[in-house]
Design a protein around this ligand. Sequence first.
Ligand code: CP
Length: 330
Amino acid sequence: MKNFVSFLDHDPNVIRAIVEQALGIKNGSIVPQNLQGKTLGMLFFNPSLRTRVSFELAMKRFGGDAIALAAGSDTWSLEFGERALMNGTTVEHVKDASKVLSRYVDGIAIRSFGALKSLEEDLKESVLRGFEQFADVPVISMESACEHPAQALADMMTMRERHGNERVKFVLSWAPHIKALPMAVPHSALLAAAHLGHDIVLAHPEGFDLAPQFVNHAREVATQFGGTLSETNNQSDALMDATIVYAKNWAPAAAYGDPAKLDSMLGAHTDWLMTGDKIKNAKTLLHCLPVRRNLEVSDNALDSPQSAIYDEAENRLWAQASLLDTIFNP
Ligand code: CP
C-alpha cells in the first residue's frame, strides 16, 4: 500500500488485515516496527481533535515523530489549479509544497473537507488528489471531502471488539443538525460495515441520498463478505432489530450552496434525533464525534451502556498505528 486516501482504492482483504493487526497492537500481542525513525507531516485545512492527537501519538508511541501544520496559517496559502497564473491570494503551488515536504518527511497526511458547493466538485477530491499527484512519499487521508477512511478503520475495529465475527444488522441513521455537514463519515461508515459483511440498512429522509458510487461499492463489498445493503426513508422500520446503530448527520446535495433550502430541509426532520429509547434494543451505538448533544444524538443515548463512542475514539490511535505500520512497511 503506497497511499491511503480511499477505501475504494484497496482490496477489502487488505483493509481487514489492517484492522486485525490493529486489534493485536491494542492488546499488546503485536508491536509495530515500521514507524521507527519515520516522520509524518500532517497538514490540516480544517480543525481536528481526535485525528490530530491520535495520528501524532501513534507515530510517537512506536518510535516515530510527527509535525502538524495548519494550512494557510502555518504554511503559505496553497494553489491547486493546473497551470494557474498565481496572481491572486495563493502563494505556493501544491506541486512545490508536495515535492518539498517529500524531502523532509516520510508520509504526508492531509485533512481537507469538501466545500459543499457542488457534490460533483467534492467528488474530485482536488486537495487530496493534488498532494497524491505530486508527493514522492505516501499520502494519507485524515478525512477528505467524501471519505474518512481512518475513521472507518477505527469503526471496524470497534465493531470487531463488540461483535466478533458475527454478521449483524447495522443501521446508518441520518440525524438532525443545524449546519451543512459533509458525506465523508457516512460514506466511510457504510464502507466499514460492508468490509465486515454486515446486513446494512441506510436510513435517511427523502432527498438525503449519499453518493451512489460509495453506496454501490459498499453493497458490492458487503455481498462479497456475505452481507447485504438496503435503503429506507423510514427510521423506525430501519431501527427494528438493529444490533449496531451509527448516527450521523449529512447535508443533502440538492441544497449545497443554497442556505434557505438547506435550512428548510434540515429543519424538517428534527424527529430523526437519535434517542436512548430508539436504541434500547440495540447492542452498540456509534458516532465518530464531535457530536452536538441533544441536537443530533440525545444524552441518554450517548451515555447509555450501548454507547461505544469513547472506544471508537480511542481505537483511532491503534487503527492508525496499524495503518502507518502497513504504509511504512519496506
Ligand atoms: N472523528 C474525527 O475525525 O474527529 P476530529 O474531527 O476531532 O479529528
